[in-house]
Design a protein around this ligand. Structure first.
Ligand code: F6P
Length: 328
């Protein structure tokens, strides 16, 4: 079994609340086990530019409550090239780093898998960190819970003003290919409709549904649009609907990047701690090209390949049906 002496840790892709608790857990678990730890700044960019620093237990003091990531992050195009990967590899060898923990989403894992197939002497372990909650092998990804709570808080406020003015709001939430935030927020805020990339909703049905709301004497209506919805963004859909639904004054809110920030929830702090701890222990046990996740409240180890090829998150049909029934 390979012996790991020095571990690198990085965050890559879109930041997610819970990344800092995870970094803290990786650093302290590694040090507890006698490993040296190196923090890599701005994800794969830092690997290529050799932007790394030695970490100790105090490097991660008082970060549990911080949003973002103390290691910073980036979407790094050069890492997709052979030259970029080779430079990253040489920098790791120079620093005698045997293993890396990569915290991020599917783009991060795609890079991690390619890298470790090319350079198998560097062990690689992934931790799912994305607000999109769209990775196979973990029921929850870091940041999803906090982001959903942030969205709920915002929509509750919009509901107040929507109700006061008898208005219809289209609210766009994040999730490039994933309706996970939209669905959970829709249920939690009693949205009249939820438009998801995973499910085709005919605009005519949406219009009928909203007209039914007026018939049922609803004083406001909220439609949540996941950004990946096939009809386009909230503005496009609102324009079409406005022509048919004359009784409501229509407004649009794009929640945007505020969904990515903020102090991690208790759930994300605990999840980050558990996954960081599990990732280091898995590396010590000799694992590589794997992702640690949480399923049925237990740590589950999935191959990166499986996490990626099966990455399409399946939204729960029963929740979608329930959301529809409860919003009448
Ligand atoms: O993957 C997380 C995410 O927030 C997606 O929901 C969103 O589509 C994307 O990142 C936005 O990326 P960026 O911050 O690079 O614009």
């Amino acid at each position: 079994m390979r012996k790991i002496l020095k571990l690198g840790v990085l965050t890559s892709g879109g930041d997610a609340p819970g990344m800092n608790p995870c970094i803290r857990s990786v650093v302290r678990t590694a040090i507890y086990n006698g490993l040296q730890v190196v923090g890599i700044r701005r994800g794969y960019q830092g690997l290529i530019e050799d932007d790394m620093y030695d970490m100790n237990t105090r490097s991660v003091s008082n970060i549990l409550d911080l949003g973002g990531t103390i290691l910073k992050t980036a979407r790094c195009l050069p890492f997709r090239t052979d030259e970029g990967m080779e430079t990253a590899y040489q920098n790791l060898k120079k620093r005698e780093i045997d293993a890396i923990v990569v915290i991020g989403g599917d783009g991060t894992f795609t890079g991690a898998l390619r890298f470790s197939q090319k350079y198998p002497d560097i062990a690689v372990l992934g931790v799912p960190g994305t607000i999109d909650n769209d990775l196979y092998g973990s029921t929850y990804t870091l940041g999803f819970d906090t982001a959903t709570n942030t969205v709920i808080e915002a929509i509750d406020k919009i509901r107040d003003t929507a109700d006061a003015h008898d208005r219809l709001f289209f609210i766009e939430v994040m999730g490039r290919d994933s309706g996970a935030i939209a669905l959970r927020a829709g249920i939690s805020c009693g949205a009249e409709a939820i438009l998801l990339p995973e499910k085709e909703t005919a605009i005519e049905n949406l219009i009928e549904n909203l007209k039914g709301g007026q018939y049922n004497k609803k004083s406001s209506s909220i439609v949540i649009v996941a950004e990946g919805d096939k009809h386009g963004g909230a503005y496009d859909i609102a324009k079409i609907v406005q022509k048919e639904v004359k009784f409501y004054d229509v407004k649009v809110t794009i929640l945007g990047h505020l969904q990515r920030g903020g102090s991690p929830s208790a759930f994300d702090r605990i999840l980050g701690s558990r996954l960081g701890y599990a990732a280091v222990n898995a590396l010590i046990a000799g694992e590589t090209q794997k992702m640690v996740g949480l399923e049925a409240n237990h740590i589950k180890i999935t191959s990166l390949e499986e996490a990626l090829t099966q990455h399409e998150f399946k939204l729960e049909e029963d929740l979608m049906q329930m959301a529809e029934i409860l919003s009448i």
